[in-house]
Design a binder for this molecule. Structure first.
Ligand code: BYC
Length: 476
């Protein structure tokens, strides 16, 4: 149980009990969070028992406990990774100085903006996914969806704790606003583009977990380097949970690829739609969409915001401490590919301003590793098709490429060519309609929908036909 007060109304390892004001403020926020969860959380399953993992401690062996919980009773808590003794700031102007236990006054605004932006994505994703339960491909997948959802709820708690504990009244107001914005809402949308898109089917859900949650991994890893020690420790623990979300995405897409390949072999046909599978060209179009909107989440190629956050010691690079350079980047350059006039060019720019692009490069390499694994499955079935990541400029809204039309193979094209070919490259309304026809619930323990292969193993050593969600007492 390593330092976690699990019997408290808000489980925590930050000694909330000793800070009555903070405790009261969070206890006031808690019922509003629950109201938000009931209104915007998973629709239709709030009264069902779900086999969930709950964080009860942050050490290696004990951070997860499995058991049946009704989602509104989930113990959302505040957990920071164990402090590192004598932790020092690893980059920027304050390199080598002790990490800050409190927010430095001069960085308050920038830090608050970073924390709010991070926090905003968490409830947004729950809102995006709230209708999926009714069309789950199995109880195993339904449970995984809910696991992801409750953990995103916990990640919201993680950011709200920082806002309440370190940002006074402004922080409390921001915490309130996190419950007011709504994904996709015209008047009060979520902050970042990808979090206002619809996640209307399970193919999109798995793609979102693979591509968009992976942005979370890279952003959290950069914030984990922060000079603000509580932010660093919070992100360090969130990353342990984030890993499961990407697993759900990679395995989910991988199982669909596998099923499609099995159907292609069995029926000696590339067009598996008539056999109830999702054809590989459709998969490719979904990849193109989710990858491109996730690339936007890294911001502009050249960004003074990113340079400032680094120089101030607030947001580092991915694996900052493992990098073998001066960690100040004052004279360094970094190659950035962007649009120059009507052509795509790579040029060296000051490394400080290129930090978004550098993180995007790390992310792209990681995405490619997943694509390679899916391609191995295709190859193992003797099928001569390869899934690909489109060019980084394809279908972008943020950064220099947002001003032009780029084809998946990286050509600057005319609006006319874009209009003529976008149906080849991005999911069409017909694709979405077709995928929607497959979204019929498979809720008998051990049954899987016909468009997705079963996973290799169940959860926490349990068999695949375990009743991961008890549906006997359904809500309304
Ligand atoms: N959409 O200098 P720029 C996760 C704005 S995901 C809309 O290019 P900067 C999760 C930007 O705010 C991880 N607006 O970018 C995943 C700025 O506005 P202001 C989330 C955008 O500031 C799945 C202006 O454009 N965490 O955890 O260097 C499920 C110029 O900005 C977008 C974070 O994002 C966009 N895509 O970097 C659940 C970490 N991109 O200031 C959870 C915290 C940029 O001019 N956030 N803009 O009004 C950050 O580090 C930075 O805010 C960004 C942008 C990386 C997002």
């Amino acid at each position: 149980m390593a330092g976690v007060d699990y019997l408290e109304r808000i489980p925590n390892n930050v000694n909330l009990r000793d800070d009555r004001r903070l405790l009261r403020a969070l206890e006031e926020w808690q019922p509003r969070f629950l109201d938000w969860w009931k209104e915007m959380g998973p629709e239709g399953f709030q009264a069902n028992e779900v086999y969930l993992r709950t964080a009860i401690s942050v050490d290696r062996d004990g951070w997860a406990q499995f058991g049946y919980v009704k989602m509104p009773d989930y113990r959302w808590g505040i957990f920071l990774a164990e402090p590192e003794a004598d932790r020092r700031i690893a980059f920027g102007d304050h390199l080598g100085k002790p990490a800050w236990p409190e927010v430095p006054g001069e960085y308050r605004g920038v830090l608050r903006r970073l924390i709010v932006t991070q926090g905003d994505t968490e409830p947004a994703s729950v809102e995006q996914q709230r209708h999926l339960g009714r069309t789950c491909p199995s109880l195993y997948d339904l449970r995984n969806l809910f696991q992801v959802n409750v953990e995103e709820g916990r990640h919201l708690w993680a950011m709200v704790y920082l806002l309440h504990a370190y940002f006074g009244r402004d922080g409390r107001e921001e915490a309130e606003a996190l419950l007011q914005r709504r994904s996709g809402d015209h008047d009060k949308p979520r902050i970042l583009g990808a979090f206002n898109e619809r996640t209307s089917d399970w193919l999109s859900f798995f793609m979102f977990c693979f591509f968009t949650d992976r942005d979370g991994k890279y952003q959290l890893a950069s914030l984990q380097e922060s000079g603000l020690d509580p932010l660093s420790r919070t992100c360090r623990f969130m990353l342990t949970e984030e890993a499961h979300h990407m697993f759900v995405g990679e395995m989910g897409v991988g199982r669909i690829v596998q099923k499609s390949c099995e159907l292609m072999r069995q029926h000696r046909s590339d067009d598996v739609r008539c056999y109830g599978g999702i054809d590989l060209p459709t998969m490719q179009r979904y990849i193109n969409f989710h990858y491109s909107v996730s690339l936007d989440l890294f911001g502009s190629e050249v960004s003074t915001n990113a340079a400032n956050a680094f120089t101030m010691g607030l947001k580092g690079r991915f694996e900052e401490t493992k990098k073998d350079d001066d960690h100040r980047l004052v004279d360094a350059t970094y190659p950035v590919t962007c649009l120059e006039g009507d052509r795509i060019a790579t040029r060296d720019v000051p490394a400080l301003t290129a930090l978004n692009e550098r993180l995007r490069d790390d992310y792209i390499a990681d995405c490619q590793r997943g694509i390679d694994r899916w391609n191995r499955t295709i190859k193992e079935h003797g099928i001569d098709v390869e899934l690909r990541l489109p060019h980084r400029g394809f279908h972008r809204a943020i950064g220099s490429f947002g001003e032009a039309r780029i084809s998946p193979d990286g050509r600057v094209i005319t609006e006319a060519e874009w209009d003529a070919r976008r149906r080849e490259w991005l999911p069409t309304p017909e694709d979405a309609q077709f995928v929607a026809t497959l979204m019929r619930p498979a809720v008998e323990p051990g049954r899987f929908a016909g468009w997705i292969a079963p996973p290799a193993r169940g959860i926490n050593g349990l068999p695949l036909d375990h009743e991961y969600v008890r549906l006997t007492r359904k809500e309304g």
